[in-house]
Write a protein that binds this ligand. Structure first.
Ligand code: MIG
Length: 813
């Protein structure tokens, strides 16, 4: 035993020496500060504060405390923490009704436990918090049975422990990573937040630090999880968030950092994009094909070739002579248009965004105070259609300083012309920020930013640059069009960015690995607060086979954001580009998306209220079931649909795990009782979906775009279980007007639809109730239904009646 300890000590000393970490050292007895305790020695100030019964903030500032400012956290008033404090010579503690933080003073160590005394998270006894120059890092114990999730937009598996115990070391530094693969890290988005689940009990940790940070999940040292800012500065400012359910951790994390606003209904339809559709005749041709072929779609996207010489807020008038006319014609046909806007106006006198930005002092600066300039897309305008990287770019760009509130307001206003032309939403790309012709791919670390009044260099602003751009866009759109919900898609973002934009994980590759990777990546983003996400369907770089494209669009039905996209010069990547057989399969997949929209909209609405993602790992619904902890190839949409997509080439079957309870095959109605692993046969047409017993699934007939939804019958399908209760949310699909929520419940042979909450009423329509059962008679509100008003076929009872938006009780005997 002595030998082991000595060995461990030696090992630790060796690692510590290499990193030159010095321990935070001893703290004297703390003083009370509000709902917290304040520790101070010559080296650092540490404040531990209870924000609610389940949330405790730890803020360790090397040297003196800096400004308490956050781009991510918008709300620290989470409710009365009801905390009690005890302070002794060696140890202090903060206790709430749910948890207790115990702080050992010398050396300084923190441990979190439940109020019942079950340990949750503990500083490593040896290291605790350490400092090395401007880097600060905390080392925490990582148990073998702890599983680690979230951390934003990441490659690799859902559980960041990996498949073995030597887990991942992940970095937060927004990076433009064209054609990345499953091992690339970091990519475009940084969310320094993770969730630990152990035997069904969950807590989360959010490190509120915008500098380059790193999270080492037992990779460097098995049994230790460490995180901190790699250098540059900032405090070790983190929030410990208790569940115990993992859903509660996300709910509380998004109470701090905000939630996705409910997207406009049209943005939940199918999006068709490519780099780039031009000229106008091509755009019209794409739209016409969708309608003629009866493939539903809501949105066509314009990538950088619509711009005049790649200059933001312009139009290439040769390719698009009359954008307003084109957009209004498309609109009559049920299409909306989204246009790309990058954060790099060209440096060109006479070009309005440059002139007005310069006049307003809105651009990022060099250390000497001059405006920072660098080549990005506008520098490639003279190359013709394909960039010619053999020569340096001509014509540099300047970059709005989105960390300056006045610059955000100015940029947000620049969208006016696009909106006046009828553009429905905005796509913010290149906002890591990406810069050409430099090895780092981004700005020099010493460029200057306003940082909301406390000037800082790029080290501190880099990771929030994209998020603050989307904030500028979102707020600009809302100001310009106050009665519509802004739709913004972004490539880069940071914790809290869910308040402003949907995300897509950039330039993936058209291969099967990338299709499979999309699931854990999007699930991780959902766990990190970003509910409105989807990868490029079909893959961006290279070209998918017909089979891969079809499989991808089948998975894409359940991406909250469903968009096909591909890069410049690749073959056509539209649903009809792969021959008639695949066209039929692709149509069927998109039709399913539109049929499910009433359910999808309700799930997104819930997500906007509680932060729980729409596309979610099984673990989130079944946290006590350890079989779900590492599932990367099946997921849930909402709480009721289990999706087990086909992710392998030439597959003829796939395995599916069904957790405890009743399950139904969505298509055949076959009933299963979990926990159970099954193998199902699949064909090219298969989109395996299993419905949780007790669910009401809300569907509608196929429509060609969301504008056709009003007046369509609503189908409510009950998948029976002992008892059930579900809610349906509806509103006008855009704007901020009234809404309606209705409770559907079932018990025994009675189904009840409650009177609606809220004053919104959809257009007159019928409601179709469908239940997998048999019956001799059906009565509605006590009156027997004439046999003509209901049918029984293949074990399914179907009742059709006008939807009166009143309380209805149905008995099936
Ligand atoms: O330097 O706008 O990820 O979706 O099509 C490439 C052109 C810039 C990168 C985006 C991609 C987009 C492309 N953009």
């Amino acid at each position: 035993m002595r030998r082991v300890v000595t060995l461990l000590l030696l090992l630790f000393t060796a690692i510590a020496a290499r990193a030159q970490w010095t321990s935070l050292g001893n703290m004297p007895q703390p003083s009370r500060q509000g709902n917290g305790l304040r520790f101070e020695n010559g080296q650092a100030v540490a404040v531990v504060t209870a924000l609610s019964p389940e949330v405790i903030r730890v803020r360790v500032s090397p040297g003196r405390e800096g400004r308490d400012h956050s781009y991510a956290v918008i709300n620290r008033n989470l409710g009365d923490p009801g905390a009690t404090f005890s302070t002794g010579a060696a140890q202090s503690s903060i206790s709430t009704s749910a948890i207790r933080a115990s702080i050992q003073h010398a050396p300084f160590r923190i441990a979190f436990a439940t109020s019942a005394g079950q340990s949750l998270d503990e500083d490593d006894v040896q290291r605790g918090t350490t400092i090395s120059g401007t880097a600060i890092r905390v080392w925490k114990r990582l148990r073998d049975d702890e599983h680690v999730y979230a951390l934003g937009e990441k490659n690799g598996p859902l559980d960041k422990r990996g498949w073995k115990l030597g887990g991942y070391s992940l970095t937060m530094w927004n990076s433009d990573t064209f054609g990345y693969d499953s091992s690339t890290d970091p990519i475009y988005v940084s969310v320094p937040f993770y969730i630990v689940v152990r035997k069904g009990i969950a807590f989360g940790i959010f490190l509120d630090n915008t500098f380059r940070t790193n999270f080492d999940i037992g990779h460097q040292t098995q049994g230790l999880l460490s995180f901190g800012a790699e250098g540059g500065g900032g405090a070790l400012d983190y929030y410990f968030i208790y569940g115990p359910e993992p859903k509660k951790v996300i709910e509380r994390y998004t109470a701090l950092t905000g939630r996705m606003p409910l997207p406009p209904l049209w943005s939940l339809g199918y999006h068709q994009c490519r780099y780039s559709y031009f000229p106008e005749s091509k755009v019209r041709d794409i739209a016409r094909n969708f309608r003629e072929r009866h493939i539903p779609a809501d949105v066509i996207w314009l990538d950088i070739h619509y711009l005049d010489k790649y200059k933001p807020f312009t139009w290439d008038r040769e390719r698009f002579p009359d954008p307003a006319k084109m957009i209004s014609d498309l609109r009559k046909d049920g299409f909306r248009v989204v246009t790309i806007i990058d954060p790099h106006p060209k440096k060109e006198v006479g070009y309005a965004p440059y002139d007005s930005g310069l006049a307003g002092d809105h651009f990022v600066k060099n250390p000497d105070g001059s405006v920072y300039e660098a080549p990005v897309w506008p520098s490639r305008a003279e190359d013709g259609l394909t960039p010619d990287w053999s020569h340096p770019g001509r014509g540099y760009s300047v970059f709005p300083d989105f960390s300056k509130p006045a610059a955000r307001a100015w940029w947000g206003g620049l969208y006016a012309d696009l909106l006046n032309a009828g553009v429905a939403g905005i796509w913010n790309d290149m906002n890591e920020p990406a810069v050409f012709e430099t090895p780092t791919g981004t700005m020099p670390l010493d460029v200057r930013h306003d940082n909301e009044g406390s000037p800082a260099d790029h080290r501190e602003i880099h990771n929030v640059y994209g998020m603050l751009m989307t904030r500028s866009t979102y707020e600009g759109l809302l100001r310009l069009r106050p009665n519509e919900r802004p739709f913004v898609l972004s490539r880069a973002s940071f914790a809290g960015g869910q308040r402003y934009a949907a995300l897509w994980p950039g330039d993936n590759v058209s291969d099967w690995t990338a299709l499979r990777q999309s699931i854990p990546t999007l699930l991780g983003m959902g766990l990190s607060g970003f509910s409105f996400v989807g990868v490029d369907i079909g893959g961006f770089a290279e070209a998918p086979s017909p089979e891969l494209f079809t499989r991808w669009i089948q998975v894409g039905v359940f991406y909250p954001f469903m968009r096909t996209h591909t890069t410049f010069g690749t073959p056509d990547q539209e649903p009809w580009s792969y021959g008639v057989e695949h066209e039929a399969l692709n149509r069927r997949a998109i039709e399913l998306r539109y049929q499910l929209l009433p359910t999808i909209y309700s799930v997104m609405r819930d997500s906007s209220e509680n932060g729980v993602p729409a596309m979610r790992p099984l673990m989130l619904e079944y946290p006590a079931d350890e079989t779900t902890y590492g599932m990367n190839d099946q997921f849930m949409f909402g709480s009721d649909l289990l999706i087990a997509p086909v992710l392998r080439e030439a597959a003829t079957s796939r395995g599916v795990y069904l957790p405890a309870g009743d399950w139904y095959d969505y298509w055949s109605g076959e009933h299963y009782v979990g926990p159970k692993s099954i193998t199902i046969p699949v064909t090219m047409a298969s989109i395996p979906i299993f419905v949780r017993g007790g669910a009401f699934v809300f569907t509608q007939p196929v429509v060609q775009n969301t504008g056709e939804m009003p007046g369509q019958p609503l189908t409510v399908t009950l998948f029976p279980s002992a008892a059930s209760e579900r809610w349906l949310y509806e509103d006008a699909g855009n704007g901020f007007g009234p809404s309606m929520r209705r409770k559907f419940s079932a018990r025994g042979n009675t189904i009840e639809i409650n009177a609606p909450d809220g004053s919104y009423r959809p257009q007159a329509r019928s409601i179709v109730i469908s239940v997998r059962t048999s019956a001799k008679s059906v009565s509605v509100n006590g009156t027997p239904l004439p046999p003509a008003d209901w049918t029984a076929k293949d074990g399914v009872i179907t009742i059709k009646m006008p939807d009166r938006f009143e309380r209805v009780q149905i008995r099936i005997d």
